[in-house]
Design a protein around this ligand. Structure first.
Ligand code: HEM
Length: 516
């Protein structure tokens, strides 16, 4: 074996000297990083129990209490742990604006993986960048006021089909509203075409929905397993429908047709699974949300008899015009319902059915003096902002008149804000207006005060003498009344009045009601 040359020996001793130097620098670097991260301040707050965190508290307490107690204790930015994830909750409009708008690129939209699987991973909600903006443009186009204004007559027909099915029954308002909101969602999505596939899609969607909130245990017999099976069948049915459309060469102007016809810059079409995931995604977004808000509207109107009277008067004014001109309700009529619109706005604020939305920090973020580690969920709390007395005095009072003045910027976000804001807001408001028009002009709540029934009685007496009518010629009058009357909230998946707000609906002759 050859001995080392002097040069090799020098190199070796240099190398041996360098090793401890390198190791100590590495150690120093690690120490520096550790000290630095120790100095970074996580927001204050409690992470709750191991694994469960504060999930149970969030879904069993009144949501206002859950958020406000923590806000009082820790301030506008606090940490918690829900649904298996470390989270930072934020409840100031400025901080929400940063997450949703000005630094939105640092906070990607995110859902629990089981929900993503159920809706479909290629649906708009879970994406950012080019794919998201392409989908957003396509979906928005189907729900613009200029597109949906032609649907008023069809939505009206649906309402007129629904309301009579309530007569002389005790109904679960939420379930009924879900049926209604589903039928409305089908209109712009499939152009109102009711064929075998659309029937099948609604049926399968209901099966899927039953497992949506279940624990993700995927073995036979569990609700999650059944829901995933329904999801696969939904995919098959949608694929059949897509094929039928492509083969017929008439794609159609509804959302399905728009998605099928779209090409990107490289002239690529969306794949069948991208189309299917987004159709299911839109039905999911359109359906439970609107149904929950409609249920709250009935609750608030029932609890505020004078307001219900005022809304009824507004709607009866519109009805008189319609009857005189012997026509149906139009888009322009729905633009002349200022009080009813404010009732909807106030319901969206008070009920805040989406208490918050989920984002996730895509990297470590310095945020208003705090450190948010990469991967943590960041939740702008719409509910807390909507219930802040600085922006909405006496926030617990149901008072639509507060919307006579527009709210301050970033304080009112029932439809979200920024790139992911809701493209269906106009459709949601439209269907609520049409529904309320018929509900108030056909039905009466039993919460009339004595003086109100006297006024009503006088009005009917005048009408009878003016038109020379006898009792039997007076139209039927439908009464609705909340059964049980206890307050309380349940989550299905959004917060709604307990037991879905059961109401009892009876038909009566108007005159016999006020002249018992
Ligand atoms: C009162 C009823 C509704 C409420 C309160 C509501 C609320 C919201 C909110 C807060 C967001 C934003 C979520 C986020 O930032 O993460 C959103 C997104 C969305 N909504 Fe609605 N929505 C309603 C009805 C509808 C309807 C009728 C449609 C039908 C088209 C719809 C379709 C969507 C879609 C597709 C998105 C995702 C947008 C995106 O990611 O860019 N929503 N909705």
């Amino acid at each position: 074996m050859e001995p080392f040359s002097p040069l090799s020996a020098t190199l070796l001793s240099l190398f041996l000297l360098l090793i401890p130097l390198l190791l100590s620098s590495l150690l120093l670097l690690l120490l520096f990083q550790w000290l630095h991260s120790k100095n970074k301040r996580l927001p204050p707050g409690s992470m709750g129990w191991p694994f469960i965190g504060e999930t149970l508290k969030l879904y069993t307490q009144n949501p206002n209490t859950f958020f406000s107690s923590r806000q009082k204790r820790y301030g506008d930015i606090f940490k918690t742990h829900i649904l298996g994830c470390p989270c930072v909750m934020i409840s100031s409009p400025e901080a929400a604006k940063i997450v949703l708008l000005s630094r939105a690129h640092l906070f990607k939209p995110t859902y629990p993986p089981s929900k993503e699987k159920m809706i479909g991973p290629e649906a708009i909600f879970f994406h950012q960048g080019e794919y998201h903006s392409r989908l957003k443009k396509l979906i928005q186009a189907s729900f613009l006021p200029s597109t949906i204004r032609g649907s008023v007559a069809e939505i009206e027909l649906l309402v007129l089909k629904f309301l009579p099915t309530w007569e002389n029954r005790t109904i679960n308002t939420l379930q009924e509203m879900k049926r209604f909101a589903m039928d409305v969602a089908i209109l712009p999505t499939f152009g109102g075409r009711w064929d075998l596939e659309t029937e099948e899609i609604t049926h399968l969607y209901h099966c899927l929905e039953k497992g949506y909130n279940s624990m993700p245990f995927n073995f036979p017999g569990t609700p999650f397993h059944k829901a995933m099976k329904a999801r696969r069948l939904l995919n098959d049915t949608l694929t059949r429908l897509i094929k039928k459309r492509r083969d017929s060469k008439k794609l159609g102007g509804d959302l399905l047709g728009i998605l099928l016809g779209s090409k990107d810059q490289k002239l690529n079409h969306l794949s069948d699974s991208q189309v299917a995931d987004n159709i299911i995604g839109v039905i999911f977004a359109a359906h439970d949300t609107t149904a929950s808000v409609l249920t709250w509207i009935l609750k608030y109107l029932h609890d505020n008899g004078e307001l219900l009277d005022a809304v009824t008067r507004e709607q009866e004014g519109i009805r008189r015009g319609i009857n005189e001109e012997k026509r149906g309700l139009t888009w322009d009529d729905t633009r002349k319902m200022p009080l009813t619109s404010r009732v909807i706005q106030e319901t969206l604020r008070t009920a805040s059915i989406l208490s918050f939305t989920f984002r996730e920090a895509v990297e470590d973020v310095e945020f208003q003096g705090y450190f948010i580690p990469k991967g943590w969920k960041v939740l702008p709390l719409f509910r807390s902002i909507h219930h802040c007395a600085d922006f909405f005095p006496q926030p617990e009072k149901f008072d639509p008149s507060r919307f006579e003045v527009p709210p301050k910027p970033n304080t009112y976000m029932p439809f979200g804000s920024g790139l992911h804001s809701c493209p269906g807001s106009e459709l949601a408001k439209l269907e609520m207006l049409v529904f309320l028009h018929h509900l108030t002009t056909t039905y009466r709540s039993l919460s009339l005060s004595l003086s109100q029934s006297h006024l009503l009685r006088q009005a009917f007496l005048d009408m009878r003498s003016m038109r020379n009518l006898d009792e039997n010629q007076l139209p039927l009058f439908l009464q609705w009344e909340v059964v049980g009357g206890e307050d309380g909230i349940q989550y299905v998946p959004f917060p709604v009045p307990n037991r879905g707000l059961p109401i009892n609906v009876r038909s009566r002759n108007k005159f016999s009601f006020i002249m018992p």
